[in-house]
Design a protein around this ligand. Structure first.
Ligand SMILES: [Zn+2]
Length: 295
């Protein structure tokens, strides 16, 4: 995961450019939910602004797994507008044993919790995410460490709930790259302890970002990036030809930009190469083997 920094005002400008009048219609719907005291509507309008999030997230990357998906012309069907905080109820997430044993305790979802009914149309409650991350994994789960607040209407203020998942869009939540980095193809928490470490561990587990069996394509894609990057980094640091070094640098920068797939993995690998080239070469060897062996 990486962050896509943007202010609310700039995001709303993008939304209005995409669909003039959408914010007003969205506001009217929110007022209706406020009057009812829960979320209910016959049909929704958030799909109308899906392209805004697709473009914002590195030209159509999944917000969570960083897979690159098809562009807005043909790719809308393979991405969901994901509600970060579920709108109509929150299901209890079954925490895997390993996380429980590391002392992480998610708050029990209150029995009558009706979901974040004032947030179905909040611009900072959306992301575009792939079907595996949203439909198969995230569903209506939202594990937190603090106290659930279904009346909350500001995602920024709702950080007081101590959510475990990281919201990658906007200008208020943690930068995922401050919490999660990669060693080779595997994501790892950066903090040694505390909520920052727990957020990283839960996010990695929740989206199965470190599950080489069930999400093997993530690993294959990361391995391909590492193999390509290693070759380029070698050329850029060792070639006697300046033009060749510059050409390698340009391509390296292409791998590190937010529009590239698996940017966090690529940036982590470049850092490793700079501080420990011997270990980077070992990671490159493993990645090469993975590409050959993965089915
Ligand atoms: Zn995904």
């Amino acid at each position: 995961m990486i962050t896509y920094r943007i202010s609310r005002r700039d995001l709303e400008d993008l939304i209005e450019t995409e669909k003039r009048g959408w914010l007003t219609r969205a506001g009217d719907r929110t007022e209706e939910f406020r009057r009812l005291g829960y979320y209910k509507e016959k049909s929704s309008i958030w799909s109308e602004v899906k392209p805004v999030y697709m473009r914002l997230q590195g030209s159509c990357k999944c917000a969570y797994c960083e897979r690159k998906l098809e562009s807005t012309d043909y790719g809308k069907g393979e991405q969901d507008v994901e509600h970060f905080r579920p709108k109509g109820g929150v299901k209890a997430w079954r925490m895997p044993k390993a996380l429980k044993e590391s002392g992480i305790t998610p708050t029990k979802v209150p029995k009558d919790f009706k979901g974040y009914y004032l947030l179905p149309y909040h611009p900072f409650n959306y992301s575009a995410s792939c079907k595996p991350c949203n439909s198969a994994l995230k569903k209506d789960y939202f594990p937190i460490a603090g106290t659930y607040d279904c009346e909350g209407e500001s995602p920024q203020n709702l950080l007081k709930e101590d959510p475990f998942l990281i919201y990658p869009i906007g200008d208020f939540d943690d930068n995922p790259e401050d919490l999660i980095s990669f060693h080779g193809t595997s994501p790892q928490p950066l903090a040694a302890d505390g909520h920052a470490r727990e957020r990283a561990l839960v996010t990695i587990e929740f989206f199965k970002l470190d599950d080489a069996n069930k999400r093997k394509n993530l690993f294959r894609e990361r391995a391909i990036i590492i193999v390509a990057l290693f070759t380029l980094l070698e050329k850029q640091s060792k070639s006697p030809n300046e033009e060749e070094r510059n050409r390698a640098l340009n391509v390296i920068n292409g791998f590190l930009g937010s529009h590239a797939p698996h940017t966090n993995c690529a940036r982590s690998f470049k850092r490793l190469y700079e501080v420990d080239p011997v270990e980077a070469e070992a990671v490159f060897e493993s990645a090469s083997q993975l590409i050959c062996s993965i089915s």
